[in-house]
Design a protein around this ligand. Structure first.
Ligand code: ZN
Length: 614
């Protein structure tokens, strides 16, 4: 387990030879000056486990004892995060170094031991109960910073069984995730991925990576054959895939039932107190605004010069742009782009960029993609990039530094116990910055081609991040609800359900995009369905950031201050409430309408350019 959570995007990377300077490499010595310092801190953590074991059964003894124990608890977590950021990022920077792998494995073991040492804490807080916890908090004002994390534990009280019940649930936990494990092994190791010959005579092996590459082909016949062959492989495993996913759905239903939730979605969203109304509003608003998605598909068909748009025509880029952004230029543009966020934000970002918080360029043996690790509370966030001088790289810098600044601001404003924010708010900070960058680029664009390229890229991002994720969310809602009610589902049933939703979203009946039968097995290809009710957050986040950005860029009074307050709030309250307090209620239509308006405005601009050309 890599316990350090990272916000990652995948990038196609190239290992271009490049003269790196020290300034291009992050400085992990800010975490630990030497490996010996890491080891010394790890030993300190191990000693803390022993001390913390003495807290078991004694949390409620007195306010003084409680404080000593809870401070120790968060100090252990903080220390562990710092150790884990160092080991995982050292490994990410060069996966070929055996010493880094050994360190990362040691950090994993420490993480497991931390989990074991901490296992008694939540049940004991629940057993003490709200009245006793309130009394302890009232006895010592210094404990008030723990009120929210304790409240989060206590909200599970109505869904916690007696000791015998909890021990039964724990023992059945060993059999969890059989469906997901089977799915992972099957898709990563055992599926017989086909190899096809492309029009240019090259062979392409259609595993997940080959598929993502092949579906973008400019050759229509190639991309049709890519999609048919890739989904065809899933189709031949439709029955098995159905069984593995159905077992996942049943597992969620059983847990919801024994934990006394009305259904799987309530059980899942309750952890962060997200109202189910958020999910329902997302789906309702997405359906109400499908004409905007259909407008996009019609525009895409026109730009590709296709009269009978098919599902395999979704991925080739609309506009080919070979615009180069060497890092120095990208950095300058990103800094200019975030100017609407104010001096504090811009200064913090410049400081981070100047201080070797980022590992910038691709290298052999370095982790691919991009991610941000913001968990080293007393140090600073780290950003891993594989910068390759293109627009996508620059956008990724804006995105990942959106996460980094969120962590930086929250870590400075919050005590450790309430600094870490939930996924539900995380992608707001990153997509907001992408939006600012688009605005900056459109203002600077010198040619219509350049403008079309930025607009087309943004449009495709909105389709993938909003509409596609909302479509997945609707599918999840549907199939979980049916299994909650005791219905059984086969692979064939799942394909039929997915097909109906896929056709509706793509306007198949209105002749917008034709969906072929083979496309309808796509559900089996989406690994996220094994993390139930997760992907909807990408859609809600980008809707929220659309409304925030609209207000901030329009200089609406108080809008920027509220947004900054939300970033600095970290994890000090439930995420839905934090976003709502900043003025965006995700259980109402407003943010979704802002996103749709943005998409339409982008298409207006593109159509104006295209009309001029005629
Ligand atoms: Zn992100």
């Amino acid at each position: 387990m890599r316990a350090v959570l990272v916000f990652a995007v995948l990038l196609g990377l190239t290992h271009a030879a490049r003269a790196e300077t020290e300034a291009d490499r992050w400085n992990l010595a800010d975490l630990y000056a030497t490996p010996a310092a890491w080891t010394a801190d790890a030993e300190k953590l191990a000693a803390q486990f022993t001390g913390f074991a003495g807290c078991k059964g004694h949390l409620g003894d007195s306010a003084a004892r409680f404080r000593q124990c809870i401070e120790l608890r968060y100090d252990m977590q903080k220390r562990y995060y710092r150790l884990a950021v160092y080991s995982s990022e050292a490994l990410a920077a060069d996966t070929s170094v055996a010493a880094s792998l050994a360190l990362d494995q040691r950090a994993d073991l420490l993480g497991n031991k931390l989990g074991e040492a901490d296992a008694f804490f939540d049940p004991e807080v629940l057993a003490l109960g709200k009245a006793r916890i309130d009394a302890l908090l009232a006895a010592d004002p210094a404990l008030s910073i723990y009120r929210f994390p304790l409240d989060r534990i206590l909200r599970a009280a109505p869904h916690t069984l007696d000791t015998e019940g909890e021990s039964l649930i724990a023992s059945f936990g060993q059999m969890n995730d059989a469906g997901q494990s089977t799915y992972t092994i099957l898709t990563n190791a055992d599926m017989p991925w086909p190899t096809i010959k492309l029009a240019d005579g090259k062979d392409l092996k259609l595993d997940a990576v080959g598929y993502e590459q092949g579906r973008e082909s400019a050759n229509r016949d190639d991309r049709k054959r890519v999609m048919d062959a890739f989904f065809g492989t899933y189709k031949s495993f439709e029955r098995t895939m159905g069984v593995t996913f159905y077992s996942q759905l049943k597992q969620a239903a059983v847990y919801a039932k024994v934990r006394k939730y009305p259904d799987s979605i309530s059980a899942s969203l309750d952890r962060n107190a997200i109202p189910v109304a958020v999910f329902d509003t997302l789906i309702a608003q997405t359906n109400a605004n499908l004409p905007t998605l259909h407008r996009y598909f019609r525009l895409r068909a026109k730009m590709l010069g296709i009269s009978d748009m098919h599902y395999y025509d979704i991925y080739p880029p609309l506009v080919h742009g070979d615009f180069k952004f060497p890092y120095a230029e990208g950095r300058k543009l990103v800094l200019e782009a975030v100017a609407p966020l104010g001096k504090e934000y811009v200064d913090a970002l410049r400081h981070g960029l100047d201080s070797r918080w980022m590992d910038t360029y691709p290298r052999p043996h370095k982790d691919g993609g991009a991610h941000m690790a913001g968990y080293a509370y007393d140090v600073h966030p780290y950003v891993l990039m594989n910068y390759s001088d293109n627009y996508e790289s620059m956008t990724t810098v804006a995105h990942e530094w959106g996460h980094a600044m969120h962590s930086y601001l929250a870590n400075r404003a919050q005590p450790f116990a309430t600094a870490n924010y939930a996924t539900f708010v995380a992608e707001i900070a990153s997509t907001f910055n992408e939006e600012l960058l688009l605005d900056r680029m459109l203002k600077a664009a010198k040619t219509d081609d350049e403008k079309l390229f930025y607009l087309g890229t943004a449009l495709e991002g909105l389709r993938g991040t909003f509409f596609r994720q909302a479509m997945f969310a609707e599918f999840e809602r549907n199939v979980h609800a049916r299994v909650d009610k005791g219905e059984s589902l086969t692979g064939e049933d799942l394909t039929k359900t997915y097909c109906d939703i896929l056709k509706r979203y793509h306007g198949a009946a209105e002749g917008v995009v034709a969906i072929d039968d083979i496309d309808c097995v796509e559900w089996a290809y989406i690994p996220h369905f094994y993390t139930g009710f997760y992907v909807y957050q990408y859609a809600t986040s980008i809707a929220a950031s659309s409304l925030f950005a609209q207000r901030v860029m329009a200089n609406e009074p108080g809008a920027l201050a509220k947004y900054m307050t939300m970033l600095k709030a970290g994890g000090s309250n439930y995420p839905y409430d934090l976003v709502k307090a900043a003025g965006v209620d995700l259980a109402t239509p407003a943010p979704y309408l802002a996103l749709v308006a943005r998409m339409n405005s982008i298409m207006d601009q593109m159509e104006a350019i295209l009309a001029k050309r005629k």
